[in-house]
Design a protein around this ligand. Structure first.
Ligand code: NAD
Length: 234
């Protein structure tokens, strides 16, 4: 019998993180769900998953998460690096503190997780990570300056990571959601989406599930838009 695959999902208590957890549970993964609030335990109970509380912006919390998952299951096959939202504001009005907090939340969360989980995946000879990024990595907009800047950097990080670990059977990809219904999408914005509607969190989760699966075995370092055609540039 093939061992059951084990996945970590961060920022899993609601929104796209919760949708990823539901989709991966339905796909047969054993799950460790991670979020700041105790609320995550409710979803974990529903899915028969384990749960841990902590922040993706804390190296110590991520270390505990990886150690506990590995102690419990003896392997980690997949990680969904989902996270929260960075501060927004006028470009020059954003403070150093807001930029530093954004760095912890949107880029170092992945850098630190990669550092912690890669030695385990190298020993296994396999593993896959998907980072939930944003369409603003591909098309920067002034509504989201910190996200647009740091998520472009995340795209390059995934490229560097994939060059380094592809040969050892470990893949990293980014999913770039467009306007998703976990966010308030106003009518004016909706009209600019070629599909004429916001995306559903489940539609993002299915793309994440695909990129983690063996069906995506030759895809790494890629940034996949799930945006209903919103980003026009090639
Ligand atoms: P959401 O607000 O529905 O959920 C975010 C989750 O992150 C919550 O469970 C929250 O508790 C958790 N969280 C926040 N900070 C955390 C931290 N420090 N540590 C651990 N957990 C933390 O958000 P969503 O709409 O599902 O968005 C998820 C990610 O996707 C965000 O990074 C967002 O910027 C990005 N994104 C969203 C959209 C959209 O339209 N919804 C589009 C592009 C990108």
């Amino acid at each position: 019998m093939v061992d059951q695959k084990v996945a970590i999902v961060t920022a899993a208590s609601r929104g796209m993180g919760a949708a990823c957890a539901r989709h991966l549970a339905a796909s047969g993964y054993s799950l460790m769900l991670f979020a700041r609030s105790e609320e995550v335990r409710v979803l974990a109970k529903e899915l028969g998953a384990d749960a841990m509380t902590g922040s993706v912006a804390s190296e110590a919390d991520l270390r505990k998460l990886v150690e506990q998952t590995h102690e419990r299951h003896g392997r980690i096959d997949a990680v969904v690096n989902n996270t929260g939202h960075a501060a927004k504001g006028e470009l020059l009005a954003l403070t150093d503190e807001e930029w530093h907090t954004g760095l912890d939340l949107l880029l170092l969360n992945v850098v630190r997780m990669a550092r912690l989980v890669t030695p385990i995946m190298v020993r296994q000879g396999s593993g896959a990570m998907v980072n939930i990024s944003s369409f603003v990595a591909a098309e920067p907009g002034l509504r989201f300056p910190i996200s647009a800047t740091l998520r472009a950097a995340l795209g390059n990080y995934a490229k560097l990571y994939s060059q380094t670990y592809a040969g050892q059977g470990i893949r990293m990809n980014n999913v770039l959601p467009g306007w998703i219904d976990t966010y308030r999408v106003d009518d004016a914005t909706r009209q600019t989406i070629p599909m004429g509607r916001a995306g559903r969190a489940e539609e993002v989760a299915k793309a994440v599930g695909f990129l983690l699966s063996a069906d995506a075995s030759y895809i790494t370092g890629e940034s996949l838009l799930v945006d209903g055609g919103f980003v026009r540039s090639a």
